[in-house]
Design a binder for this molecule. Structure first.
Ligand code: PMP
Length: 361
C-alpha cells in the first residue's frame, strides 16, 4: 500500500490523493493520446482542451464575470509583486498597501521601485497578530489601487471580508486562501495567487484581472511582463507550464465534486475551529493571532517553551505528521490546513495536541 504522511506544509502543500492518482493513471498515456501531458506540444488539440478546461473550471468555481480575464502565468506570486505596479500603477503613479505580514511588505517594497507606494494600514506594531480594522485605514481616494494580502501564511491571520476602497480598485494576493471560500470577484480589480497551496503544484500563478484595467498597461513594458500580452494570447504567448495547469484543472474538478466553494468554506471553518478550540479550552497552547483575525488556512501557535515546542514537533513526527514547524522567521508551530487536508487528519492532530498537553501541561 502507498505510504502517505500527514503533511501540514504551508506550500507546496498537500494535494487531494484522488487527483494524484488520476494524474498517475494518465501519466504515461494521457487519455489514449500515447504520450504524457509533460511531453505534449502546447499547440496540440489535446493540450488546448486541458488549458481551456482549467480556465473554465476556475471561472465556474469562483463565478468569475465575463469582464475579467483569467491568466496562467509563471514567476510565482513574487513576480506579481512587480507586475501589479508595473502594469497598473497609473495614471497617478501612487498606490496604497496594507501590510499584514512579510509577504505584503515584500509586495510594497517592489511597488516602491515603480512609484509612490505607501502603507495605508499595518499591524506591524503588534507583530502582525491581526488584520487592521476599517477605521484604522488611511486610504487615498486618488490612489491607482489598494493592495492587501487576504491570508497571511506566516502569521496565521486572514481578512474576514475584503476592505472597501470606494472607487479605487482593490488588488489581493490570495496565494494562501484562493478557492477556500466563495468571494465576490466583481469587488476586485485583480486577484493573484501562486498555485502551490490551494490550487495545485508550484509552477503556475493564477491572475484574475478586470479587463478595463488593461487600458493602463504601458506599451513600453517588456513583452513578457505585460498583462496585455498574456490576456491577448490567452496565456499561450509562450510555452505555458502545461503540467501545472493540467493539475489545476484536476484540482478544480475535485473541488466541484466536493460541492464547490460553499462546501469547502464550511469544511475549512470546521477544521480550523477544532484546532482553535484546543487553544481556547486551556492555557497550554497559545494562538499567535488575535481571535477576530484568525486564519482558517494556517493555524499558528506557541507552547510554553521552545524546548516543549521541539518535543512537540518530535511527537508529531513519530505520529506520522510533518511540516508543523512555524516559518523560520517567527518560530513556533504552524498547521496549514488547506482545502486538500482531510478533516480526519486535523482530528489526528487535535488528539495528539490534547494528549501532549495531558502529559506535559
Ligand atoms: N504571498 C503569499 C501570501 C505567500 O504565502 C507566498 C508564499 N508562501 C508568496 C506570496 C510567494 O509566493 P511564490 O513563492 O509563489 O512567489
Amino acid at each position: 500500500m502507498t505510504h502517505r504522511i500527514i503533511n501540514f506544509s504551508a506550500g507546496p502543500a498537500v494535494l487531494p490523493l484522488e487527483i494524484l492518482e488520476e494524474a498517475q493513471r494518465e501519466l504515461v498515456d494521457y487519455q489514449g493520446a500515447g504520450l504524457s501531458v509533460m511531453e505534449m506540444s502546447h499547440r496540440s488539440p489535446q493540450y488546448d482542451a486541458i488549458h481551456a478546461n482549467a480556465m473554465a473550471s476556475v471561472r465556474a468555481l469562483m463565478g468569475i464575470p465575463d469582464n475579467y480575464a483569467v491568466l496562467f502565468l509563471q514567476g510565482g506570486a513574487s513576480l506579481q509583486f512587480s507586475m501589479v505596479p508595473m502594469n497598473l500603477m497609473f495614471p497617478a503613479r501612487k498606490a496604497d498597501y496594507i501590510t499584514t505580514g512579510a509577504w505584503s511588505k515584500k509586495a510594497l517594497q517592489e511597488a516602491c521601485r515603480e512609484g509612490a507606494a505607501r502603507t495605508a494600514g499595518s499591524s506591524e506594531a503588534t507583530g502582525f497578530d491581526r488584520i487592521p480594522a476599517a477605521t484604522e485605514l488611511d486610504l487615498d481616494g486618488e490612489a491607482d489601487f489598494l493592495h492587501f494580502t487576504s491570508n497571511n501564511t506566516i502569521f496565521g491571520t486572514q481578512w474576514q471580508a475584503e476592505p472597501d476602497a470606494g472607487k479605487v480598485p482593490i488588488i489581493a494576493d490570495m496565494s494562501s486562501d484562493i478557492l477556500s471560500r466563495p468571494i465576490n470577484v466583481s469587488r476586485y480589480g485583480v486577484i493573484y495567487a501562486g498555485a502551490q497551496k490551494n490550487l495545485g503544484p508550484a509552477g503556475v500563478t493564477l491572475v484574475i484581472l478586470r479587463k478595463d484595467l488593461l487600458e493602463r498597461v504601458p506599451a513600453s513594458l517588456p513583452t513578457m511582463l505585460s498583462y496585455r500580452t498574456h490576456a491577448d494570447k490567452n496565456s499561450m504567448y509562450n510555452t505555458p507550464p502545461c503540467w501545472a495547469i493540467y493539475m489545476v484543472g484536476l484540482a478544480c474538478q475535485w473541488l466541484e465534486r466536493q460541492g464547490g466553494l460553499a462546501t469547502m468554506a464550511k469544511r475549512n471553518a470546521q477544521k480550523a475551529a477544532k484546532l482553535y478550540q484546543v487553544f481556547d479550552s486551556g492555557e497550554f497552547y497559545r494562538g499567535t493571532a488575535q481571535p477576530a483575525s484568525r486564519s482558517q488556512m494556517n493555524v499558528t501557535f506557541r507552547l510554553p517553551s521552545e524546548e516543549l515546542e521541539a518535543r512537540f514537533l518530535e511527537a508529531t513526527k513519530e505520529a506520522g505528521m510533518t511540516n508543523l514547524k512555524g516559518h523560520r522567521s517567527v518560530g513556533g508551530i504552524r498547521a496549514s490546513i488547506y482545502n486538500a487536508m482531510p478533516p480526519e487528519n486535523v482530528d489526528t492532530l487535535v488528539e495528539l495536541m490534547r494528549e501532549f498537553e495531558r502529559v506535559n501541561g
